[in-house]
Design a protein around this ligand. Structure first.
Ligand SMILES: Cc1cc2nc3c(=O)[nH]c(=O)nc-3n(C[C@H](O)[C@H](O)[C@H](O)COP(=O)(O)O)c2cc1C
Length: 402
């Protein structure tokens, strides 16, 4: 393995996964994902997080290539999710005298997933672990995105090992640092990683950003995706915007339709919103586009309009799945419109109304429901819904460029 240094004696041990289709067995990763671990070689040797279990052999080999017969003294556990703790048992087996470093929440996870840990070192906010030349400081960032989550700040080179925070989908195709890659390509993957994985925990992310602002950080090394060293603001500004629900002018229109009647209603709304001068309009068929991408756009745009055909007294199943995901993530401050189509007793709009009551977004117009093919009167109503949405979107200030 070609060695990649973040600084003298600090090594990148990252592995690319181009085989897995779904991250967490939910989220599509057409461009793969990397699992990043880091190795600090000093008087004491420390690993920061490990990798997914599929890479254990290559990981152990890569460590040995760097440190030879020396022992690893510490395993810093910023985050216990198995894509990072997957090699923990193998590491303990290979280096039996190793000390696991974590906080008061970490070791319960170690025990429940792997084994009762023998040597542990419990850390808390501002705690410093001295490796020799390198001093590691710890900060807790609970629920970004698990309870035990913490970050490790290497004080000598000012590197923040941030766990999943500031991570990204997408493999590292040669380029590993932000100045070695085309960020235009990674932008969607960074945002999808944020919205899919961390998006439910925006208030916690905001708290973490404020807490970490006290550190003089020169480099951010996450457990997935690029290492940020040239323009930290690129990632920090985006995290701040997304986690504060700072939405742009635009609308996401999603529909679930078997035979096209609900789709026609969605097209009518989209056209009228465009006529009114709104340029960011994304129309999605809930059966075709995975919620990973739709959620991403919901975190971008203020407007959300959802339509559903009635299906067995309920919503169209794929719309229901999407809305359940939205309810769990509970993004704030959106404008909402709902519509649907039915043939006998309905079920689509009825359940969309329940969603609207729960999510408590600002409904711009009353629900619209058609029976079968769209009639002129319904078309007029849909235009009114589109106008109401456009009116509110046009009141928004121009977005700040980041
Ligand atoms: C499997 C299936 C289940 C349906 N269930 C209901 C229902 O419970 N209530 C209802 O009013 N219509 C029901 N319908 C009828 C559709 O909602 C209706 O045809 C509607 O116009 C479809 O809109 P679409 O063209 O966008 O698919 C069902 C249709 C199908 C194919």
């Amino acid at each position: 393995m070609l060695q990649v240094n973040l600084a003298e004696d600090i090594y990148y041990l990252g592995f690319n996964d181009r085989r897995t289709h779904l991250f967490e067995n939910i989220w599509p990763i057409p461009h793969g994902v990397s699992y990043n671990s880091y190795l600090i070689v000093d008087e004491k040797i420390a690993l920061v997080d490990t990798v997914e279990r599929a890479f254990i052999d290559d990981y152990l080999d890569a460590i040995e290539e760097i440190i030879g017969d020396r022992e690893v003294d510490y395993l810093i556990i910023n985050h216990m999710e198995p894509d990072h703790s997957g090699a923990l048992k193998a590491i303990v087996h290979r280096y039996p005298n190793i000390t696991l470093v974590g906080n008061k929440k970490t070791f319960g996870f170690v025990e429940s997933y792997y084994m009762k840990p023998e040597n542990i070192h419990m850390v808390h906010d501002d705690h410093v672990l001295d490796l020799g030349k390198h001093k590691l400081q710890f900060q807790m960032i609970p629920m970004v995105h698990w309870p035990e989550t913490m970050v490790t700040f290497e004080e000598t080179n000012q590197i923040l090992f941030s766990g999943d925070a500031f991570g990204s989908y997408g493999t590292m195709d040669g380029g590993i640092f932000d100045d070695e890659i085309n960020l235009d390509f990674y932008e969607v993957e960074v945002m999808r990683y944020f919205t899919n994985i961390v998006g439910k925990y925006c208030p916690h992310t905001q708290r973490a950003i404020k807490k970490l602002a006290g550190l003089d950080i020169k480099m951010i090394a996450a457990t997935h995706g690029p290492i940020w060293r040239s323009d930290l603001n690129w990632i920090l500004k985006r995290y701040n915007k997304w986690s504060s629900y700072d939405l742009d002018q635009g609308v996401v229109i999603v529909y679930g339709s078997m035979y096209g009647n609900t789709k026609k209603m969605a097209e009518t709304i989209a056209r009228q919103i465009a006529v009114r001068g709104i340029k960011n309009i994304r129309v999605y068929d809930a059966s075709k586009t995975h919620s990973s991408y739709i959620i991403n756009d919901i975190f971008k745009y203020k407007g959300f309009i959802v339509g559903s055909a009635a299906y067995n007294n309920a919503m169209f199943p794929n719309v229901e799945t999407l809305l359940t995901t939205i309810e769990h993530m509970a993004p704030k401050d959106h404008l909402l419109g709902i519509f649907g189509n039915y043939s006998w007793n309905g079920g689509g709009v009825k359940n969309l109304k329940t969603f609207a009551e729960k999510i408590k977004w600002d409904m711009v117009y009353e629900p619209i429901e058609e029976k079968g093919n769209m009639k002129v009167q319904t078309q007029e109503e849909l235009i009114k819904l589109a106008d109401a949405m456009a009116d509110k979107l046009l009141e928004m200030p121009a977005p700040e460029k980041i």
